[in-house]
Each structure stands twice: as structure tokens, then as C-alpha cells.
Design a protein around this ligand. Structure first.
Ligand SMILES: [Zn+2]
Length: 134
């Protein structure tokens, strides 16, 4: 005897009958599944566009001539370029304990009403552990 792998509709999880490559019990389930997937994709694309833009602006901010600007001027410049402070990918602790807000590999530290650019240097493991363990 051999076991028959359980085979269920990807949308409603009802057992499927018939061809083994069937994914949905009926057209309604197939349509529902694709519709939901597409709307999630649209949301993801929108979020990613904001994050990519943020990252590009942070990267530009680290370079000349912005080095001479103070933190408030940098935040003002970012806002004017369309930087969205509501969106980031993750947070890290810098070695000095400050919280770094990241958009992928580019980030910033809040300083008063301004920002200081910060860049990931490839060793993410150092970010949280040393402070918490010492
Ligand atoms: Zn179904």
C-alpha cells in the first residue's frame, strides 16, 4: 500500500478530487485566491517604493555637500525631497547605544529635531548583543 498525499484547495482547504495537479476546488476559489494575492502584491510594491526612495535619499544625504549641514537641515532636506519618516525596514543599536532607524542598509539616528545619517557596515551581529550582555 502507498499513502495518498493529502491534497487540498489552496483557497478553502477542501479536499480535492481528480487530477493531482489541481490547486483549487472550483473557479470561484481560484479567482478569489488570485485576487487576494494581487492586492497584497500591490501593497508590497507600494511599501517597497517608499522604502527604496527613503534609502536613495539617505544614501545621497551621506555624501557631499551634505556633510556640512547640521542635523535639522538634513531632516528638512529629507522632508523636502519626499522622505517618509513613517517607513523603515528595521532598527539597530549603534555601538554607542543610539537607536539607528534603517531602510535596508542605509539608516539615520534621530538627534534633537534632526537626523544623522548612518550606514550599515556589514556586521549586523554587533548591533544588539554587546550592549545587552555587558
Ligand atoms: Zn476551494
Amino acid at each position: 500500500m502507498f499513502k495518498i498525499k493529502s491534497h487540498r484547495c489552496k483557497e478553502c482547504a477542501e479536499p480535492l478530487h481528480g487530477r493531482s495537479d489541481k490547486l483549487f476546488c472550483e473557479d470561484a476559489c481560484r479567482v478569489k485566491h488570485h485576487r487576494r494575492n494581487n492586492s497584497l502584491s500591490a501593497v508590497k510594491r507600494g511599501v517597497d517604493q517608499v522604502l527604496q526612495k527613503n534609502r536613495t535619499l539617505l544614501s545621497a544625504l551621506r555624501k557631499n555637500p551634505f556633510e556640512k549641514l547640521g542635523p535639522e537641515d538634513r531632516a528638512y532636506w529629507l522632508r523636502r525631497q519626499g522622505f517618509d519618516f513613517n517607513f523603515h525596514t528595521h532598527v539597530q543599536l549603534a555601538q554607542d547605544g543610539r537607536m539607528v532607524i534603517m531602510c535596508y542598509d542605509e539608516g539615520y539616528v534621530l538627534e534633537g529635531d534632526g537626523v544623522i545619517p548612518w550606514v550599515e557596515r556589514g556586521d549586523m551581529n554587533r548591533s544588539l548583543a554587546p550592549r545587552l550582555l555587558s
